[in-house]
Design a protein around this ligand. Sequence first.
Ligand code: ATP
Ligand code: MG
Length: 417
Amino acid sequence: MSEYLLNDENVGVRPAGGTGAMSTFTNAEPNVPIVVIEDDPAMRGRLVMQLGERATPGDSVAHVESRFGGSPALMVLGPSIAREPGLAGAEDLLARRPDIGAILIADQLTTDLFQQAIRSGVRDVLGVPVDTGQLNEAVRRVAQTLQGPSRPAGASFEDEPEDGERGKVITVFSTKGGAGKSVIATNLGVLLAQRSEGPVALVDADLQFGDVAVMLKLAPQHTIVDAVGSFERLDVGFLENLLATHQPSGLKVLPAPLEPAFADQIGADQMNRIVGLLRTFCSYVVVDTPAYFNEVVLGLIEESDDVLLVAGMDIPNIKNVKIGLQTLKLLNTPMHKVHLVLNRANSKVKLEVGEVERTLQVKAEALIPSDIVVPQSVNKGTPVVLDAPRSSIAKSLEQLADMFIPASEAAGKKRRR
Ligand SMILES: Nc1ncnc2c1ncn2[C@@H]1O[C@H](COP(=O)(O)OP(=O)(O)OP(=O)(O)O)[C@@H](O)[C@H]1O
Ligand SMILES: [Mg+2]
């Protein structure tokens, strides 16, 4: 049982701050001084330690202003400041000084508090206990925007690059629940993140029951709800702050809402804008979807460069995929962007691949075998391409990724952590 992770963290409904080991990260922006403001000395000391030598404790927000006259600085505001009205003067300071950034640490991270903090000018909010990796990652991102980023934090949808420069959007869809969409989307995302030179994002658009975060063993601080909750402020820099990083691969993840009730807050326009922003700085945006057509899914399919239509090897799956294909045709979806992926394609279920292809009148572009290592890897929260890279299923997923970035092309490229 110890190898598998069935606990509150991976099946729970609230994100946890995580419990990363105490270590000093060095990948943050070294030139921006960090001041930790917090009344509780133990908490203040811990935050300073987590941030390493660039960080110093500060007495108050006013102290930060006087100390850093005209130069960029970053405030990490502790839970005692989060409880103060106007964030103990930080709200005023942030409105006046765009070169000063703030990250807020809150006892309990709720959507309300997050939105309130963002309205106060805070760039990111993390919950207690604070994970060292997440904290330093937030510092790095915020510090970059203070130093004049290569991509301005205020870049908006309208500033999108021309088509040729935009990342590709790959939507993984099926008209049957349990067909293997999430397994395929997570593994494809991980492989592309490893192979791609530019960033790769995975969006969980299964808004009611998305489980991408669980499959990647992420305890995200933010979800897609935070993106739409502050929609008027949504830009590239803001969206980047909401993405969780899957450390083993570097994949950037925008998780689904934590509760199904929040799904209603996200419409097709919002989803397309989020994906549109992601593709301005990501080479690939992989999108996992629910097993039915709705406004959001139709919008995504329209925006996508490629749609992976996943079908399991049984009659109900094939029947539903046939209906799905007909619907896509009715909607004038260009069929060249739809790719049939047959999952569990080696199963001895008395259904031949050729027979399925004839019925659907579409050639399968990827065959993914059935393998016990898949549910095992799902239960560990480690994608099978990392958990059992030598298995035949991992090989078949590698071939699927070859459709976008051939492994041979990726060889020699910098692999992400
Ligand atoms: N090739 C495979 N071999 C063995 N098991 C598989 C395979 N593909 C998927 N599974 C199992 O089937 C389960 C369902 O897969 P997955 O969650 O990816 O489907 P889904 O289409 O995303 O489902 P939903 O419609 O509920 O979102 C997984 O937990 C996994 O254990
Ligand atoms: Mg799924």
